[in-house]
Ligand binder design. Structure first.
Ligand SMILES: Cc1cc2nc3c(=O)[nH]c(=O)nc-3n(C[C@H](O)[C@H](O)[C@H](O)COP(=O)(O)O)c2cc1C
Length: 399
């Protein structure tokens, strides 16, 4: 049975949600599931905007047939060639053999890599700024390379002022009947997932996202239709502002993230005492994480949110404790920058983790390491409390 919703008089949401998948991209836990959005524009011509993941193929094909209501499918626009959106394009060509496929030169290269059907006879290649008229609607194509993949483009419907934004403005989380931002409490229920999605999936590509935001600023947009998560039809400034902050790597909040690693509890104790001292100094936006028990995608998301990051880790066979090292490598890979960082370490015979963590941080852009670097020997002793107070005072200056 179909399950669709109207977005505008002529645009229908024909996507669906997967609540069974444990790991998105086989990496990221998605306890709230994920939606794969797809849209059908019904004008003099009919236009499908992206397909969905194979996992919801049955629902999607039924939705499409219902939405078409006996009409043929004239065009399929491929904004993004990642398989969670393009998995069904070959099936669409099989079921609607007259369909023309709209994409850019890179799209068609990827279609040939992923599939074997003959694309040449049905391809419509578009470039930046080109348009497709479908009757009442004019669709305007805007290239958005590296807003995840190199072939990504977004499609703007000049008539309904709708931006089909590909992965941009997407989020983890299944849609629960309510598919519009004004039907949910996004800030309360979705923001953490949206941030975790953006920072881990697109976080590395802040520059291309900024370029696309500048292009989008030149369009009169009333509705944003992303490929994952809720559709934005009010308060667009909220999500545009979040994207601007994240893609420029500015901290979203004045907050302290304490990420600690610990085997036997001594570094954990150091981190807890440090958090309590921050609180006593009047700093209340503090989040403490055990890196061994927190998925690295959440740590990354928090690193993008918080202005200050405190790293505390033991030395492990002459290196940084491996789970902390993994977090630091991910921070670098995802271009975390512009943060104030404090480093605490622990070692029983030769503590090297502090220096190694500081060296890694120095490899990242615009990171400020504050002093003193506190190094404990096995466990925290009274004599070192003063050093912690100095570090707290340094952080307090920024609050
Ligand atoms: C497998 C292993 C390797 C370690 N390697 C080092 C090391 O290279 N240098 C050092 O000073 N301490 C080393 N330690 C000691 C720990 O860093 C130290 O005991 C620390 O206090 C543990 O902190 P925790 O109580 O938070 O787990 C090692 C400990 C373990 C279990």
């Amino acid at each position: 049975m179909h399950c669709t919703r109207k977005v505008t008089e002529d645009i229908i949401w024909i996507g669906g949600s997967d609540r069974r998948l444990a790991l998105f991209e086989n990496i990221f836990p998605i306890p709230r599931g994920v939606s794969y959005n797809s849209y059908l524009l019904k004008d003099e011509k009919t236009v499908l905007l992206d397909t969905v993941d194979r996992s919801i193929a049955g629902q999607f094909l039924e939705n499409l047939a219902f939405a078409l209501d006996g009409r043929n499918l004239d065009y399929m626009i491929v904004n993004h060639m990642e398989p969670d959106h393009c998995a069904l394009i070959e099936e669409i060509v099989r079921q609607y053999p007259e369909v023309k496929v709209v994409g850019n030169a890179k799209t068609f290269g990827m279609i040939q890599q992923f599939y074997t059907f003959d694309i040449a006879e049905r391809s419509v290649t578009v470039k930046e700024g080109e348009t497709l008229n479908t009757g009442k609607h004019t669709l305007h194509f805007v290239m958005a390379p590296m807003v995840h993949w190199p072939e990504v483009m977004v499609t703007y419907d000049e008539t309904d002022k709708v931006l089909f934004s590909a992965d941009a403005f997407g989020t983890f989380g299944a849609l629960n009947g309510n598919i519009f931002n004004d039907e949910i409490d996004f800030d309360r229920d979705w923001l953490d997932d949206a941030r975790r999605y953006y920072t881990n999936i697109v976080g590395k590509y802040g520059g291309p996202v900024q370029t696309t935001l500048k292009k989008a600023a030149g369009l009169d947009i009333s509705i944003i239709c992303p490929l994952h998560g809720p559709i934005w039809r009010s308060n667009l400034g909220y999500i545009l502002d979040k994207y601007n902050t994240w893609s420029s790597y500015e901290p979203e909040e004045k907050a302290v993230m304490i990420a600690y690693a610990s085997m036997y509890g001594n570094t954990e104790n150091l981190a807890n005492i440090f958090a309590a001292k921050l609180a006593e100094a009047g700093i209340h936006n503090i989040a403490v994480y055990d890196v061994s028990n927190t998925h690295v995608s959440t740590l990354i998301s928090e690193a993008f949110r918080c202005s200050h990051i405190v790293l505390a880790a033991p030395t492990y066979n002459g290196n940084v404790y491996p789970v902390m090292e993994n977090f630091l490598n991910d921070m670098k890979a995802l271009a975390v920058q512009k943060r104030t960082v404090a480093v605490l370490d622990n070692g029983t015979w030769a503590a090297t983790a502090g220096k190694q963590m500081a060296d890694k941080i120095t490899e990242m852009k615009d990171m400020k390491i504050i002093e003193p670097k506190v190094s404990i020997k096995s466990s925290l002793k009274n004599e070192q409390l003063e050093q912690l107070d100095e570090l707290v005072a340094e952080i307090k200056k920024d609050f």
